[in-house]
Design a protein around this ligand. Structure first.
Ligand SMILES: [Zn+2]
Length: 216
């Protein structure tokens, strides 16, 4: 079995259905897989899909590439080898994600995190991945500006105080306590950024909060 360290979230940047009778998105999901098979049939005759899972507008989960095989979904060769690609049908540059699709995505990601022991900080949007072509992140809009990434991470967070550290972080219990006491609050986007320098302003705020706590 290959190592799986990352889950990468995509949108299809298409309609969420092939036509109005395609209520679950099954037909458009199949079309997406068939196009990928066509693209890769010479190099990889067994290739099934660029994504391991495709999630429809009504929450149906369609299987694509077998999870035991890598697929070419995030423009980074190394990450492709050790990741699972999940595609949410629809174009989230333009539309909002329905609750059924959101909940189904959260359920699938949660199961995969458990099964492969993937930490929350390794759940990334396609655009967070450094592209092999441009050598930088944000080389794509995928999965779209309306993709509910932070709400999804929030739903997945199981007592982890910040997105960018997990249970394996060496000072996790200290961080949890300090966060509960309101002494540290992170960067405002849910991250601790433990390797960044602290400013004088932040140091003063932390000292002030400790003083206030001691006085109460
Ligand atoms: Zn993508």
């Amino acid at each position: 079995m290959r190592k799986i360290n990352y889950i990468i979230l995509h949108h299809s940047a298409t309609d969420y259905q092939a036509h109005k009778d395609d209520t679950t998105g099954k037909i458009i999901a199949r079309t997406i897989c068939e196009r990928a098979q066509e693209d890769w049939k010479r190099e990889y005759p067994d290739y099934v899909c660029d994504y391991h899972f495709i999630i429809g507008h009504a929450g149906n989960v369609f299987r694509g590439q077998p999870i035991t095989s890598p697929s070419w979904h995030c423009t980074n060769y190394e990450i492709n080898l050790i990741s699972v690609g999940i595609c949410f049908l629809g174009n989230f540059e333009n539309i909002q994600m329905p609750m059924l699709q959101f909940n189904s995505g959260v359920g699938l990601v949660r199961d995969l995190m458990k099964q492969y022991n993937i930490p929350l900080r390794n759940i990334l949007r396609h655009r967070d991945v450094v592209s092999d072509i441009t050598h930088s992140a944000n080389s794509t809009q995928c999965p779209g500006k309306n993709f509910p990434y932070v709400p999804m991470l929030d739903a997945l967070r199981d007592g982890e105080p910040f997105f960018d550290i997990g249970e394996d972080y060496p000072y996790i219990s200290e961080v949890k306590t300090l966060k509960q006491l309101g002494i540290i609050k992170g960067d405002g986007n849910g991250n601790l950024r433990p390797d960044d320098y602290i400013t004088r302003e932040e140091a003063m705020l932390i000292a002030y909060r400790i003083l206030q706590m001691m006085q109460n």
